[in-house]
Ligand binder design. Sequence first.
Ligand code: MEV
Length: 331
Amino acid sequence: MLAITLKEITASAPGKIILFGEHAVVYGSAAIAMAINLRSFVTAKFISEKQLSIHAKDVHLSQEFPLDLEAIESKIPHLKIMGPILNCCTSIFKKKFPENGIELKIWSQIPLGAGLGSSAAIAVSTVGALNGLLELNLSIEEISSLAFESECLVHGTPSGIDNTISSHGGAVYYKKGSVKRMDVRSKIPILILDTKIKRKTSFWVGKVKEKYNANRQVFSLIFQSVDKISLKGRQLLERGYLKDLGELMNVNQGLLDAMGVATPEVSKIINKIRKLNVFGVKITGAGGGGCIIILCDPRRIKDISRQLRKDHDIFSTSLSRDGLKIEKMVR
Ligand code: MEV
């Protein structure tokens, strides 16, 4: 039978929120992450020019690279935005080098640098699209671990939770080296408030490391408490007990404050939200700005969004079951 090669493929992968356990997860504690219904998209197609051409629409960046592994690899350390994307390409090209040029078009619904896993979603969808185009048949775990390599260029020493949730979708209970997919039946309506305060995950991971190194015994206990929160949170999430989940989110926020990632500006917004009698509110992701997540009585979502919308960017989301997904194939 004649093999029909693909000409073009579009893959997408979701952003995420961390319900419990950010930062502590870097030190081996458990964390819980949920995929959300905002996604990154990558179209990969063969082109006649012998080059790798990348267009990142949201950041208005277009660049061409010669189709040569060494030449591309030498560029990676020098390019802040393109570097991690190129790394996804080379890790795939090492498995199968393309005979034709390739064009990648990248766009995203996930706000960049806001703690919602945009870089991981872009990495997963890039690796996923190239895997499809070159018909490599990599497993989801293999795709996730190639995306992790590119995440290391963005974040320094990431735990791997972002690429894991973006690849798998749904909700996961994650500890370094172990991923447990969770059986969450209820909708888990979450409000996300984007503080619009830009921050870098690697900076805040570094800050927590400094504090940990200065006070190891105390910080180890904080991380152990977070581990227990994630364990309890897992049962509550699977049972859909929203009020108790909110209470645990508040405790986790207290511990994030102790880790030093809640800046005065972020704490001010969190305190304002607390006054609205929500079930729970906390930072999601690295902190220092970025996004805040809110869990409240589902019947009050509209009212709470209305009250916060006056001063903030706020949107509602819920659990997305889809991880990496093929959106379109052209033969
Ligand atoms: C980033 O989404 C979450 C952090 O825990 C870093 C990591 O786990 O890689 C802050």
